[in-house]
Design a protein around this ligand. Sequence first.
Ligand SMILES: [Zn+2]
Length: 310
Amino acid sequence: MAWTRFGKKKDMPGGLWIKCESCGAMLFRKDFEQKNRVCGSCGYHFTLPARERIAITVDPGSFDELWQDLRAQDLLGFNDRVPYAEKLVQTKQKTGESDAMVCGTAKVKGVACAVGVMNFQFLGGSMGMVVGEKIALLCEHALKTRLPVVLFACSGGARMHEGAVSLMQMAKTCGALQRLNAAGVPTISVMTHPTTGGVTASFASVCDLLIAEPGALIGFAGPRVIATTIKKELPKGFQRSEFLLEKGQIDRIVPRAQLRDELGRMLAYATGADPVAAYKPQAVPATGESETPPAPEDDNPKKKPKAKKA
Ligand SMILES: [Zn+2]
């Protein structure tokens, strides 16, 4: 459903105005894009394409993409209106992306990390063999390098075109993250609108720190399916970030405009990097009666959390 809306939007390029999905306000496209696709009227956070997400999150020029050559295979010969193999080719032509996940290494506010961003434009950000494999590879890379991992989820769920192979990615990504957990390598999940189905039920929910953007729909089955099944009216704000924060399913909600700063700060804390340096690249030196002595060689802050975490 959400991706049908997205499809419609994609089909009317060049429009100067965009209607807010939440409050209905007409938004001037240029202004809307400058606000990184957040409604200036009600603060609704629209789905952000993966490349834009990377651009507003990591330090300029620091992103080094990995495994961009991975391609999905049509193992089942799946055919709905368009054969899956053909759909993959068409979607690649339309989006310029080879699948629904972009992974690499980068720096956020000076802190090195491994980053994976889902791309909703590619078949509704569905998780299939490529998405799962990229996350697993990213985790293995992080395990070797001890880089903290940040995963941005944005997905309609598992990719049904791949059948059981897509479902298997849930266990695979959780297994990969568990190895990082055992090794004390920090992981952060950022759930964005929408994070649903097998993605919510796997890697997006099992990281050390669970962050969500405001108003994001986060759940397994959609609210309409649940309401029809249990034949009850759902509480207000059901499955939205604010509701989930109240119920303790996520740790915090961070608006898009503050996300980069917050991530930088959290990564700094998690890795033992200087949070002040990460927060403000040019920290003002402390003034006082005595000069602060330089840290001794063996007091490397980077080594501390490893011991603490394990
Ligand atoms: Zn709005």
